[in-house]
Design a binder for this molecule. Structure first.
Ligand SMILES: *Cc1c(COP(=O)(O)O)cnc(C)c1O
Length: 528
């Protein structure tokens, strides 16, 4: 393809994207395809002869779009949001176009230096402690990782290597293998699945401690677990706290965890993948409490601040520890200025060697919105969640399960669990809006999250109407069935028993449906 054809193709693609976003409300949020739809439609071999871009772009529209779940639709209310915005999309395109792999400074000075700049901008925007800034000239600083999962894995592995060094120095009689086998980490049973996975990948057992009744993990639980493990001769190594847990967006008590971690030299990492955006708002200043005492922190710009996937900032209080743990040198990786400036060589801070130029989309997005615009971006979504919460509160058939937190509302139909699972099943089959279920202490509920690129009040009203009308239908159909059942009772059976029996059958069926649907948030649900 030559440059002129690229101009045409590229411009047509931009129009295509703008049309997609402008008309996103006209499409069901969930696709109407069956498994294998695309595999069966496409040829088994790549084309032998070149094809025209017009034809290819048409196929994107005809074949690919129908198989999309529209994450940027305002009718998407599942999981947590994934960010997007026009400037971010353009930044992504430019980054792809430059095609640089910035593993050291010389490999693209702009790639490293822009990352240093935007990470400091973001740290200041969040009012993080000064030791996380590159400009403070201490050992701290921020990097953009690909995902929260990668950030957590890095934290677990640095903590592990630091613990091995520390214990080896103090107890030289222990072999490295013996030390590694005794390391243990902690997180809450409400924490994201990526934390347990980081333990598996990092070969460090992570205990998932039960959160309290408000779904919070704090120093009390941690201190108890540490005491048990020390008595067994284990070495407490790392604790991963969450600000905004995946199930109900609860916040762990960072300050009390920090006290225990400081006493036992435990690395304290904070996973603020979704709710970290609250740090930008002074009305949430209490969430910053204790952050001056943590070793590392991650936040997903690609979740709740208008930047598209992948973009997961991570800050380290002492980046020397990462560099010390992970540095592997080769002559071809170095350059003349290496070690002579305080500009970081980010390749030592991450898993892969190659680095995407992610800072570009961040820079474009931050400049286009401005700090004020970004704060409004977060507040707007919180206000929309409040609007939805008010609808739920005003409906006597529904109840709120956990306190509304940021853009998440957890609610259920009052009464038996199968009412909520049946309601969600119906709504999901209709594909107008998309929500996912979760469980809390054995009770099923529905998570409603404000998502999409440009959600508006009318979208919340649309979702509410869908939920409310489906609930009315569900309840009236149930009433008819129950009336019929009662009506057809054989004379010799007591009414109560019979109705009860029927309900048990319904529970059985809905449990099967809900287990097909069920997404497991946190470990307790999985192991239950
Ligand atoms: C979404 C989420 C994750 C996983 O994020 P990835 O970037 O996909 O790895 C981890 N922790 C929390 C609290 C999350 O909300």
């Amino acid at each position: 393809m030559d440059a002129n054809t690229f101009r045409e193709f590229g411009k047509a693609a931009v129009d295509f994207v703008a049309d997609y976003y402008e008309n996103i409300r006209d499409t069901d949020v969930l696709p109407s395809v069956s498994p294998g739809y695309l595999i069966n439609l496409l040829p088994k071999e790549m084309p032998e002869k070149p094809e025209q871009w017009q034809e290819i772009l048409q196929d994107v529209s005809k074949l690919i779009v129908p198989g999309l779940t529209h994450w940027q639709s305002p009718n998407f209310h599942a999981f947590y949001p994934t960010g997007s915005s026009y400037p971010s999309v353009v930044g992504e395109m430019l980054s792809a176009a430059f095609g640089v792999i910035g593993f050291n400074w010389l490999c693209s000075p702009a790639c490293t230096e822009l990352e240093v700049v935007v990470m400091d901008w973001l740290a200041k925007f969040f009012k993080l402690p000064a030791h996380f800034l590159h400009s403070t000239k201490g050992p701290g600083g921020g990097i953009i990782q690909g995902s929260a999962s990668e950030s957590v894995l890095i934290a677990v592995m640095v903590a592990r290597e630091q613990a091995v060094r520390r214990v080896k120095a103090a107890q030289p009689e222990l072999s490295e293998g013996e030390i590694r086998a005794r390391l243990v980490g902690y997180s809450s049973d409400q924490s994201n699945s990526c934390i347990e996975k980081a333990g598996i990948l990092g070969t460090l057992h992570i205990r998932l401690l039960p959160a309290d009744e408000s779904l919070v993990m704090g120093g009390t639980q941690l201190a108890k677990a540490v005491k048990e493990d020390l008595a067994k001769g284990l070495i407490p190594t790392v604790c991963i706290a969450t600000l905004g847990a995946t199930g109900t967006c609860s916040y762990d008590d960072i300050a009390s965890l920090a006290t225990v971690c400081e006493e036992h030299k435990i690395w304290l990492h904070v996973d603020a993948a979704y709710a970290g955006c609250a740090l930008a708002l002074d009305e949430y200043a209490h969430l910053r409490e204790g952050l001056d005492r943590v070793d590392s922190l991650n936040y997903n710009l690609h979740k709740s601040l208008a930047v598209n996937f992948d973009c997961s900032p991570m800050w380290l209080r002492d980046s020397h520890k990462v560099v010390q743990s992970f540095t592997v040198e080769r002559i071809y990786l170095q350059h003349n200025y290496e070690g002579q400036t305080d500009i970081p060589e980010f390749r030592h801070w991450q898993i892969s060697l190659g680095r995407r130029f992610r800072a570009l989309k961040v820079w474009l997005t931050f400049r286009t919105y401005g700090a004020d615009g970004l704060r409004e971006y977060v507040r707007h979504r919180i206000r929309l969640a409040e609007r939805f919460e008010n609808y739920v509160l005003a409906d006597t058939r529904l109840e709120i399960v956990a306190k509304r937190s940021m853009g998440l509302v957890c609610f259920r139909v009052k009464g038996e669990d199968n009412l909520s699972t049946d309601l969600l099943q119906r709504i999901t089959e209709r594909k107008k809006i998309y929500m996912v279920p979760a469980t809390f202490q054995g009770t099923s509920f529905i998570r409603f999250v404000v998502c999409g690129m440009e959600p508006k009040e009318c979208d919340i009203d649309f979702a509410w109407h869908e939920i409310e009308s489906q609930l009315s239908q569900l309840l009236s159909e149930r009433k008819v069935t129950e009336d019929e059942t009662v009506h057809n009772l054989p004379e010799n059976k007591s009414e109560d028993n019979h109705v009860h029996h029927r309900k048990d059958d319904v529970v059985g069926i809905t449990q099967k449906l809900s287990s097909d649907l069920q997404l497991s948030f946190g470990a307790t649900e999985k192991s239950k």
